[in-house]
Design a protein around this ligand. Structure first.
Ligand SMILES: NC(=O)C1=CN([C@@H]2O[C@H](COP(=O)(O)OP(=O)(O)OC[C@H]3O[C@@H](n4cnc5c(N)ncnc54)[C@H](O)[C@@H]3O)[C@@H](O)[C@H]2O)C=CC1
Ligand SMILES: O=C(O)/C=C\C(=O)CC(=O)O
Length: 347
């Protein structure tokens, strides 16, 4: 008998329906006022939402900045002051969703999310706000979205240099869930399912070289499960390293996740149990899954290195210092020289 704890969150997921049809069905009777958080790229859609029968007013805040600066939260808060908002509707990537999460902390509105990348933030109770160059990441169940809408046609025009790294960001959540100390049979099965969908989507993309609704559906499904497991179990070295390199050295979020993924999995490999190794091998279809991942990244034009992402070589020991100061469960021991070697090879 396996003994485990499993905490999950109440959220309604509407997968595969056009966002306008889905909103029409999900909005309560009467007239709802909506705070729409999403970039100006969505103005045409906002006009269509305004025309839905069950919509009262739509207040569109269109300034989105990665890592959610505190000043931006205050600016958006002022914009919404005095407006009776029933629903905060975020449409965009992790940055738009992050701003919506910060706003819902001071609001009685429900948080509804339409993700257009694969960050997975729409399925988590995690939020981050940055101030004076420092990003603070917390968990709070009040920021977990109430409803999530996945519309594969909406983000079909996503450029591949955004889609590919973002899909590897989702893969990182699933990979770390598979070896998380808190994992359990439910999270394990979910992680396998998510990885199979992401791999199928990425392999099709590497052949077809163009995003289709079918590929986007697979990637969105993998991202949905990726966000869910990110919320449900603790993450290890990979996420801490991405947090340090992204937050403290300002490297782009999804690209740093992409780069770290094979290097960190290699670092962990010998410390994974045989059962976990076999699980990875079965999912990725080869003896060394970290190699399979890197080869797939190269085929997709995402075989990045730390130098081109903007880190200077002298910053490697500084980054490792930050990592050594953090405490978190991880399969492989944190050994300073080994971590430096890992980042040197990623450089
Ligand atoms: N709280 C959580 O659970 C999580 C939070 N995050 C946070 O989310 C942020 C990163 O989110 P990402 O989604 O990677 O990037 P992002 O939200 O910063 O978007 C990157 C760029 O792509 C554009 N974009 C978004 N969707 C598009 C589409 N379909 N077509 C064309 N352009 C599009 C955006 O306007 C932006 O310019 C980071 O701050 C990260 O820390 C990421 C994962 C989980
Ligand atoms: O940094 C945040 O806003 C919160 C969590 C994440 O970004 C998770 C991740 O590293 O993808």
């Amino acid at each position: 008998m396996n003994l485990f704890n499993y905490k999950t969150h109440a959220v309604k997921v509407i997968f595969g329906k056009s966002i306008l049809d889905a909103l029409d069905e999900e909005l309560p009777e009467g007239k709802s006022n909506i705070a729409f958080i999403g970039s100006g790229r969505n103005s045409a859609l906002v006009e269509k939402i305004k025309n839905l029968e069950k919509v009262g007013g739509v207040f569109h805040f269109d300034k989105i900045i990665q890592h959610v600066p505190q000043d931006l939260v205050e600016e958006a808060g002022k914009f919404l002051e005095g407006k009776e908002v029933d629903i905060i509707l975020c449409l965009g990537g992790g940055s738009a969703i992050g701003l919506g999460k910060a706003l819902v902390l001071n609001s009685n509105a429900e948080l509804w999310v339409v993700p257009t990348t694969y960050s997975g933030s729409e399925m988590t109770n995690i939020y981050g706000i940055s101030q004076n160059g420092v990003k603070t990441v917390k968990r709070d169940d009040r920021v977990h979205p109430h409803k999530v809408f996945y519309d594969p046609y909406l983000s079909i025009g996503m450029p591949l240099d955004l889609a590919v790294p973002s899909a590897f960001n989702a893969m990182a959540h699933l990979v770390e869930a598979l070896y998380s100390r808190e994992s359990n049979p439910i999270v394990n099965s979910l992680a396998e399912l998510g990885l199979k969908n992401l791999l199928a989507g990425l392999r099709s993309l590497s052949q077809e070289k163009v995003m289709t609704a079918e590929i986007n559906e697979k990637l969105l499904f993998g991202a949905y499960i990726g966000g869910k497991v990110l919320c449900e179990v603790s993450m290890g070295l990979h996420h801490k390293a991405a947090h340090v390199l992204g937050g403290n050295f300002n490297l782009e979020h999804s690209k740093i996740h992409t780069l770290l993924l094979p290097f960190v999995l290699k670092y962990q490999w010998d410390f994974l149990t045989e059962g976990v190794q076999r699980n990875f091998q079965a999912i990725f279809g080869g003896p060394l899954p970290y190699q399979t991942i890197r080869e797939l990244q190269e085929k997709l034009g995402a075989g990045f290195n730390l130098r081109e992402l903007g880190l200077s070589r002298e910053d490697i020991p500084k980054a490792v210092d930050f990592l050594m100061q953090m405490t978190y469960p991880n399969p492989a021991p944190m050994i300073m020289d080994h971590l430096i070697l890992m980042l040197e090879s990623a450089y």
